[in-house]
Ligand binder design. Sequence first.
Ligand SMILES: C[S@@+](CC[C@H](N)C(=O)[O-])C[C@H]1O[C@@H](n2cnc3c(N)ncnc32)[C@H](O)[C@@H]1O
Length: 191
Amino acid sequence: MQLTQKVHQRLTAHLKAGDLAIDATAGNGYDTLYLAQTVSENGHVIAIDIQEAALQSTQAKLTHAKLNDRVELHCTDHATYLQELCNSHTAKVSSILFNLGYLPGSDKSVQTLPSSTEKALQASLQLLQPNGLLCVTAYRGHPGGIEESQVVENWMRAQKKLGHSIECHTPPSPNSPPILWLLSKSEQPHD
Ligand SMILES: C[S@@+](CC[C@H](N)C(=O)[O-])C[C@H]1O[C@@H](n2cnc3c(N)ncnc32)[C@H](O)[C@@H]1O
């Protein structure tokens, strides 16, 4: 099973109708569309991407599926936006998704970066409800990918020490395959 399929499988098991979910890297909109379908009519999705081209692609998919009403799109840096959202949405979000790297078929120089990714993950933890699900797919095949993947791994291992549940999945391959991290937020993390 591909990691994207695994993510969608876990989201289906986790999300309930009416939930609030965030796609922190909307890209071409496949995951945003999936979230919008899964949270159903009364649910809501916040989708963020730093590139206008990505949001146009996401918007087109939502329009085709007639699901625009349940999704808000934000063209901005996810670390900045998620930190701001903590003022109003702390512990209100059911699931947050990161699919790191660059927009397929576009300018590879615009990619997620370790320092803002770490800030965005920290804000995400605050935004998640207890038992909320954080999904992070990190790619190691592009320049900077290994460093970013290591930052994600270090961050995830630190969260495990605080009592959150962590899972890691990677396909068997000798060629630096992507890694999927899943974090389930503890109801009572240690200090
Ligand atoms: C691998 S793509 C995401 C694919 C997407 N999940 C999908 O279903 O098509 C990664 C996306 O992250 C975006 N990105 C890079 N840095 C970002 C940042 N600081 N804040 C928000 N989005 C960012 C890129 O523009 C790119 O579209």
